[in-house]
Design a protein around this ligand. Sequence first.
Ligand code: ADP
Ligand code: MG
Length: 737
Amino acid sequence: MKVESFSFHVLFFGISRLRLSTFYYLCSAKPSTIIDLSTPITYLPGVGPARAKLLESELRITTFRDLLYFFPYKHIDRTRLYYIHELTSDMPFVQVRGEILSFEEEGRGRKRRLIAHFTDGQGIIDLIWFQATTFKWIQKNYLIGKLYIVFGRPNVFNGRLNIAHPDIDPADALQLGTMGLQPYYTTTERMKKGGLNSRSIERFTKTLFERLHDTGSETMDETLPASLVQQLSLVPLGKSLHDLHYPDSAEALRRATYRQKFEELFFIQLGILRYTRQRQQQVHGHVFAHVGEHFNTFYHCHLPFELTGAQKRVIREMRRDMGSGKQMNRLLQGDVGSGKTLVALMTMLIALDNGYQACLMAPTEILAEQHYDTFCQMLGDMPVRVELLTGAVKGKRTREPILKGTREGDVHILIGTHAVLEDNVEFHNLGLVVIDEQHRFGVAQRARLWKKNLVPPHVLVMTATPIPRTLAMTLYGDLDVSVIDELPPGRKPIETRHFYQERTESLYRGMRAEIQKGRQVYVVYPLIKESEKMDMQDLENGYAELCRVFPDLHISKIHGKMRSAEKDAEMERFVSGETQILVATTVIEVGVNVPNASVMVIQNAERFGLAQLHQLRGRVGRGADQSYCILVTKYNLSQETRQRIDIMCETTDGFEIAEADLRFRGPGDLEGTQQSGMAFDLHIANIARDGQLVQFARDTANRILDEDPNQSRPEYAGMWKHLRELHQDDVDWSNIS
Ligand code: ADP
Ligand code: MG
């Protein structure tokens, strides 16, 4: 509310200030002044107040500049004409020249449509409209027998070729030879109702470029340093903007696109890296100077297996960070089962060796407890006090000693959920915080941890949801990244198979065979809020059926509606091997470790995203036995779902899956992007497709920060100014861990 009224105010001011001068720019025969790109869009000839309002509300275009940066989503070559007999339904946009023979209305109600039979003398095609309110207008304005150029995407319906909602122009109004690549702009339903379509925007941009040209305003102040433009042979800013709308050739479009993508990614990286460097300079960290008793005893006497090369490397990376005097902020990525927990424990022992406490936060109580058990078991008789603090740890008697111990430094490692963030939890000297499964922990929660100490603790964020490198560089670009890219030896890759719902018999046979070998089986059902009742029904039915099919076995059942004590008890029965099958909703998604479980059956697998399927699959394959993941779906699948299932069957590589996920869903939907706190709006670049460019932009930004650490070199002044303008209304990054 506040923001709106403020900008409204500014707009008012702006208008009165601009009115005269703008009028002059736009109307004078021989203008001599450069056009101000912050001029409100309403002053562009042909726009006016009503359309300006639509442009603002629908596309957030309020100024000339906004319009310049509203890039077409595609261009279509308007130089080529087709014959109707050449057309097939798999062609993209085409244009044909001919005349309308007759109009006809068909169907009723929602199926009502207007059809124009159109011919070029060689063939006939139907032009179709579905909006009844436009039928009159169309028949009045498009004349039978007149020569038109019709443009659109050919389809087949009822065995006949048609073009729905075509663009139609009188043939003599278009000069195809010179039209070249025509821009197509995104529009919305509301715009269309208000009489604004892609063509209207095309008219506006055309007018704007004409004005810019006439006033000599088309060369704009470079946002990138001249040296960079030259080194990288980039198209100058003004030309790139022009060519993005009206390129002479596909090559010109490509070069203009490249320049804008680079610029966009470059400024994002420059912002992140500048902030990171500042933080590194200003924030000091505890110095963990040595590795001592705890670490060494554990390493030599308690470690039941050899660390993998990747685990060793990652621990070294963290030792270096924590010994440097800088505050560590590291993201540890490792596929499910790659052994992150152990790395976390050993890193914590380094904190203990230097006289500090450590704390581990897990996203759920089950996980916190599991970590607690694992830690206690692995540490054995070592003199390390580990305590668990979750919502389930109740009663003053139990909590108070833990809180006191934490406050006085007797508790060395505190494991918990959000509960460790409560204000009554005080640490004596917290040196390291490990956050497991990052995407459940928002930035705000991390920030609260910081406040607990004068010198912020080192922070290690662990995630098993692999994030494609390019996305990580952008979302978590302020964190250093370590990757465990190697699984412990002896693991057999999980075999993944796709079953249709109908084939329950062979599925049950397979389950029984595994259980007879002494293994255990998960059966997971999706639980998605909107259809909760139905999902619960699925789970209950599935449970009942399994009880019927396996009357001799013990079966556990866990879902989100159960009280957490109940859930824990059921989980415990499964962990201890008392039950052989666990029927559950996705509550078991993250982190649960039952090495003896070797089969993961995912029901209604079509309803899960790739990342989730991968997480679930990671619950098996933790022991030395061959494990299986069975994806059960209905028979009719969309093409995308089929691809998702195929990828799951083909690979177990989390990074490959993450890349595919990014391709399918786009970065906006990926878990973690919301909480990253580094909201960014990409205009033109695409993190999924422009991976190499992200890396290049980052390298370039790093190089420039090396050259100009104090942001004082005159040749870069324009660039720094532009960066400040871009981040004007950003979140204050310095408040975010
Ligand atoms: P993550 O948290 O990365 O999903 P975990 O830390 O739970 O994986 O480890 C999975 C399993 O692998 C655990 O049972 C753990 O004890 C075991 N493990 C970890 N590191 C090694 C190793 N280097 N060699 C053999 N087993 C390991
Ligand atoms: Mg884990």
